[in-house]
Write a protein of this length. Structure first.
Length: 305
């Protein structure tokens, strides 16, 4: 089934060129179907790129999804036109009384700051509290995963001696969970971060279940509340060229930038990336939508609690 997206969202044209079936709201309202309501709190600097990456993955499901975008009132993005934000995003305050079947909270370029020093920490913790009672299942990505683990469960983050940058093999620790249905024993995941959460801190909290990890990149996916919360420390949503763009951007301004590991063919940045994570990315998002959103959410969305 198609995704229902705001009229004129740039991702619509991009994904149609990839033969992904999306539908704007004008057409979707003609169908008498109760779509799953998914809200995305997009904290990434390149909002249009992140929107497209996430919608591409969410499209790989037979369910109809109604996608909304949330923004912070306490933070003005610098890399996205204000017109785009005004047209397609809504302040959290305007959504307080709404409920959603699923929510995605993205990473943010603030990971080297203490959580309390982030200028929108107060607002985002209000959103975290709201999500517990207004969303069936929430997927926290990268910095948001670290922030959620810290705010909800007191799990600290630690600075890394060098940036975790590249594509790393992940080992599944709970293969029986529906989130991993159809997965191989090992899957690849992109990482791009300067901080980490640690295994011992996760295992010390009985509310948390470590369900995937890597000998190289560490904690990978943590589950809580029976799947109402997933904390993913990497970026399965990344497009093939994202790490390439990041590497070239940083290389132009610094001299200490390492090649992303396990990424370029023959480890040569003159070659295109070898994409090794896309199939499992599609599978994880499809499993999340199917087993932890669709199968768990009430038909009457107002009964979410």
């Amino acid at each position: 089934m198609p995704l229902r997206l705001p009229d004129r969202l740039p991702a619509i044209d991009i994904l149609k060129r990839e033969n992904i079936f999306v539908m704007d709201n004008s057409r979707a309202h003609a169908q008498d179907i109760r779509p799953l309501r998914i809200v995305i709190l997009n904290l990434m600097p390149l909002k249009i790129t992140t929107e497209t990456d996430l919608i591409r993955l969410l499209s790989n499901t037979p369910l109809q999804l109604d996608i909304s975008f949330m923004k912070l009132k306490s933070h003005t993005p610098k890399n996205t036109p204000i017109e785009h934000m005004m047209m397609f995003y809504r302040d959290f305050e305007t959504m307080l009384n709404e409920k959603f079947d699923g929510m995605i909270v993205t990473g943010a370029p603030v990971e080297t700051l203490a959580f309390e020093d982030v200028n929108y920490w107060g607002e985002i913790t209000r959103i975290f509290d709201w999500a517990k009672t207004h969303v069936t299942s929430t997927l926290y990505i990268c910095w948001a995963a670290q922030a959620g683990l810290y705010y909800y469960y007191g799990v600290p983050k630690y600075p890394l001696p060098k940036k975790m940058f590249g594509i790393f093999p992940q080992q599944i620790l709970a293969a029986q969970l529906p989130i991993f249905r159809g997965f191989d024993d090992v899957f690849m995941m992109p990482h791009s971060r300067h901080t980490e959460v640690r295994r011992d801190d996760i295992l010390a909290r009985p509310e948390l279940q470590l369900i995937a990890e890597s000998p190289e990149s560490g904690v990978s996916i943590v589950m809580a509340r029976g799947g109402r919360e997933f904390f993913v420390t990497g970026h399965l949503e990344y497009a093939p060229n994202t790490l390439d763009n990041e590497y070239k951007r940083d290389k132009d301004i610094r001299t200490d930038v390492d090649l992303p590991r396990n990424y370029y063919r023959d480890n040569d940045p003159a070659n295109p990336p070898l994409v090794t994570w896309r199939a499992h990315a599609n599978l994880l998002y499809s499993n999340w939508v199917n087993y932890y959103v669709y199968q768990e959410t009430p038909y009457d969305i107002n009964k979410i609690e």
